[in-house]
Design a protein around this ligand. Structure first.
Ligand code: ADP
Ligand code: MG
Length: 254
């Protein structure tokens, strides 16, 4: 059997004296969608950033696609990754943030084409063809020549998703992708994510969209205070949770 896409065992992270992750256990199998929920400050973003090599784990084991994050294993020895190796690993992981962070001076298509050309070395023609296909996939085929300022927040976020997909990632991380959007723009972004899930993408999604999590997630994980309080099928965790803390949180967001 192949390794899970994400495997965390007792993952710890501290910022100075503040322990933010206090032993997180979590597994995301290939092709599955894991939705992470929990109150502000519970460590959700930090955990995603650890998966994506943006933060260094202080304890426990964290692996992506069978490889220990931050290390190269040779036999029984572990070598800390060099910057270049980290960059290579990160290419396989797409990340979408609450704020879309598009390059403002580039059109939608140029935003999508930038990394494949500059980082992956694709020819501009190939990257453009793929970029147009990706913009079509997120429902923005007719916005390729628009600049971010000419697009709505929801459209910008869909460009950001297309941009992440352009590197052909094996794992997509979403950190509250719809939290900054006007309510009427949320649906289109969730729809793009839902289709991505249907196509078999492995996804870890931090979200407060309980409806989305119920319908799309294979696993729902409730975090609080730097640990996983409860994890399992969304039908259980989000509708009939075992833990009082999960119940209290859901009663506030629903
Ligand atoms: P969440 O995404 O669940 O809201 P975060 O992972 O963003 O939680 O933050 C968890 C805790 O870690 C918070 O108390 C936050 O202030 C703290 N924190 C996050 N990043 C840093 C950092 N770079 N330096 C210091 N503290 C941080
Ligand atoms: Mg966060």
């Amino acid at each position: 059997m192949s390794a899970p896409m994400v495997h965390a065992e007792g993952v710890r992270k501290r910022f100075g004296r503040l322990e933010v992750l206090k032993g997180v256990d979590l597994t995301v199998e290939r092709g599955q969608v894991c939705c992470l929920l929990g109150p502000s400050g519970s460590g959700k973003s930090t955990f995603l950033r650890c998966i994506n090599h943006l933060e260094k784990v202080d304890g426990g084991r964290l692996s992506v696609d069978g490889q220990l994050v931050g290390y190269r294993q040779e036999g029984t020895r572990l070598h800390e990754l060099r910057e270049r190796e980290v960059a290579e690993r990160r290419r396989d992981i797409g990340m979408v943030f609450q704020r879309f962070n598009l390059f403002p001076h580039m059109t939608a298509l140029e935003n999508v084409v930038e990394a494949p050309v500059r980082v992956a070395g694709l020819s501009r023609a190939t990257a453009r063809a793929e970029g147009l296909a990706l913009l079509d996939q997120v429902g923005l085929a007719d916005r390729a020549a628009h600049y971010p300022a000419q697009l709505s927040g929801g459209q910008q976020q869909r460009v950001a998703i297309a941009r992440a997909l352009a590197m052909r990632p094996k794992l997509m991380l979403f950190d509250e992708p719809t939290s900054a959007l006007d309510p009427e723009l949320v649906g289109d972004v969730l729809e793009v994510m839902r289709r991505l899930a249907d196509d078999g993408m492995t996804m870890v999604v931090v979200t407060h969209e309980i409806g989305f999590a119920r319908e799309v997630a294979d696993t729902a994980v409730f975090m609080d205070g730097g640990t996983v309080v409860e994890a399992g099928k969304p039908s259980t965790v989000l509708s009939d949770p075992e833990q009082e803390r999960t119940r209290a949180f859901l009663s506030k967001v629903l």
